[in-house]
Write a protein that binds this ligand. Structure first.
Ligand SMILES: Cc1cc2nc3c(=O)[nH]c(=O)nc-3n(C[C@H](O)[C@H](O)[C@H](O)COP(=O)(O)O)c2cc1C
Length: 177
């Protein structure tokens, strides 16, 4: 049975509309475990051995996060830096994550029209590079766009966008697992 690990990286999940909803929608999938990094590591003190064990046990790894200044949120960057170590993820002939699949699932605040393909390619290049360096199989990005939420305004549009995103991700994961 294929195991999927969804790495949820949102610094303020209680304020989140889209990532929270996507995680809730995916939570009922079989053989999918969600690791909410902010809840697990509120002081950013990552348990590297535990995270490496979870990665070794998984077949598919999903990075679920909101785009922050064209990048991943700091907890995800720290998690990658600390967990993908020399001798574990790469180097010394040790590529313990070799062949595992990576899926990037990212919510973007702005409208699609200001994110042409060339720009998206640059945004996801570091994660593609990570996969490549560790001999992993980078499958795809699932991306959704929107408007930055203005407090007091209706959330329906963003919620619908998140539901569509979750459906696309669910469908994609079922096709590869
Ligand atoms: C610190 C910060 C940086 C952001 N940077 C970007 C950005 O570079 N591009 C963009 O389109 N949206 C940006 N946004 C908007 C978020 O991507 C958007 O609010 C988020 O994906 C919505 O997901 P959520 O409801 O789960 O928080 C940023 C938001 C914050 C708080």
């Amino acid at each position: 049975m294929t195991k999927t690990l969804l790495i949820l990286a949102h610094p303020h999940l209680q304020k989140s509309i889209r990532n929270k909803l996507i995680a809730e929608e995916l939570a009922t999938e079989n053989n999918l475990e969600i690791r909410d990094l902010t809840a697990l590591y509120p002081t950013y003190n990552i348990n590297v051995a535990e995270e490496q064990k979870k990665l070794v046990e998984a077949d598919v790894i999903v990075f679920q996060y909101p785009l922050y200044w064209y990048n991943v949120p700091p907890i995800l960057k720290l998690w990658i830096d600390e967990v993908f170590t020399y001798g574990f993820a790469f180097g010394k002939g040790n590529y313990q994550l070799e062949g595992k699949k990576i899926v990037v699932s990212c919510t973007i605040g702005s409208n699609e029209d200001i994110y042409p393909a060339e720009k998206l390619e640059k945004i996801f290049f570091p994660l593609q590079g990570l996969a490549n360096y560790c001999k992993m199989d980078y499958l795809a990005e699932i991306v959704s766009f929107g408007e930055v939420y203005v407090p007091g305004e209706s959330k329906t549009g963003l919620e619908n966008s998140a539901k569509k995103h979750a459906e696309k991700l669910r469908h994609f994961l079922r096709s590869v697992t």
